[in-house]
Design a protein around this ligand. Sequence first.
Ligand code: EPU
Length: 364
Amino acid sequence: MRIQLNYDLSAQNTFRMKVSCACWVEYETVKELEGLNFERLPKPLLHIGEGSNLLFTQDFPGTVLHSNIEYIKYVDMGFEDVPVMVGAGVVWDYFVSETCRHGLWGAENLSLIPGEVGAAAVQNIGAYGVEIKDILSGVVAFDLQERKRVKFSREECRYGYRDSFFKQPENKGRYVITSVLLRLSRKPNPRLDYKGVREALGIPGQAGNDGNTVMADPKSVMAYPEPVMADLIGHLTPQQVREAVIRIRRQKLPDPEELGSAGSFFKNPVVSRAEFARISPDGSAPHYDLPDGMVKVPAAWMIDQCGLKGATEGGAAVYDKQPLVLVNASGSATPQDVLALEQRIINGVQERFGVTLHPEVDHI
Ligand code: EPU
């Protein structure tokens, strides 16, 4: 366990904002977490993972907690389904690399997403047609209010698009996830409805959509006779899908090691059919039809249409290869630079399309 006062958070947020907290606590086990003298810690409390989805807008006056609970336990390797218990402090992509190495299906589309396992389960991370909720059976958490361990089933986690029970205002900050139960499979189950993934793997066929959270109807991606497709897809391994996803992400997204960012800065807005017709009268804008009749429109496209690609405010910039991402271009961007750029984008998109973008990144 490590407790430090006046701690510099520059290395604890991938945006690389130079901010500090009054107190920093890093623990190795659930017992250490439970044994903390919470009364004596400066308030408020904030639990972070790798700090890859947050923007510190100023110095934090309270205590920042971080978990080093790191284990991957294959509960049962013997059957088709492979339940795996993972400590909240495990780096998500390390977990994905390990499971792909073992030939297990389930997490491969979520390769290279920054962050740690606990935060991934809070945020319901998603990419290329898969969200963590699709492979999650439950989580174990520590309730800071009642000071006791609690288990949540997948249903109780109430997952939505980048949303969960733990993100609701009444629950925010109350539960610390300590481990996550995921269910992987030995049975080949490639999810290839995202066009870029199919292309990167050289799998022919028309992709169902460019959406990122909802599975396309598998029939819509069948361009070859079923046995031919089955043969092509049947030879894939999770490792190959992982490598394809990594290639795509490296082309589009900045490496947080080289350029500070917090991934997608905004959520993709969901609008009604009528609103979409107003946004794109000829229907040519990229979009994804959701099962409930609503339409998801890529915020990246809207920002691009507003001519804001590459726009800067102080040291912060809109990433030119993927305008949904804001970056610390100078390396010394301040929270104010990022906030000014965020506001400019929100205003620009509002004026042009009448749509309000909402940040995906947590503002602290
Ligand atoms: N686009 C443009 N101009 C550009 C770039 C993109 O118009 O310069 C349009 C294209 O039409 C493209 C569309 O935007 O088809 C969507 O772009 P992309 O497929 O890259 O995905 P996204 O919707 O921008 C989402 C997630 C990403 C995830 C990808 C892939 C959110 C907020 N973001 O981005 O997640 O990796 O899909 O599934 O849902 C993250 O959350 O941090 C993240 C990176």
